[in-house]
Ligand binder design. Structure first.
Ligand SMILES: [Zn+2]
Length: 56
């Protein structure tokens, strides 16, 4: 299972094996994180919850 760090709290975030860019992951610290895949590296950025303005 891939893991990466939460940019907010620095804790480990476990990701599904089939994680895709644009997916929203909820972390245990309470933040929603958007998955960004850059050069096969999985990154997370805080998701601001803009409502209908996301979607891949
Ligand atoms: Zn966190």
């Amino acid at each position: 299972m891939p893991q990466t760090k939460c940019p907010i709290c620095g804790g480990i975030v476990e990701l599904p094996d089939d994680v895709m860019a644009g997916e929203i992951i909820e972390h245990e610290c309470g933040v929603s994180l958007e998955v960004v895949i850059d050069n096969n590296t999985i990154k997370l950025k805080p998701y601001e919850g803009v409502g209908e303005d996301w979607g891949e």
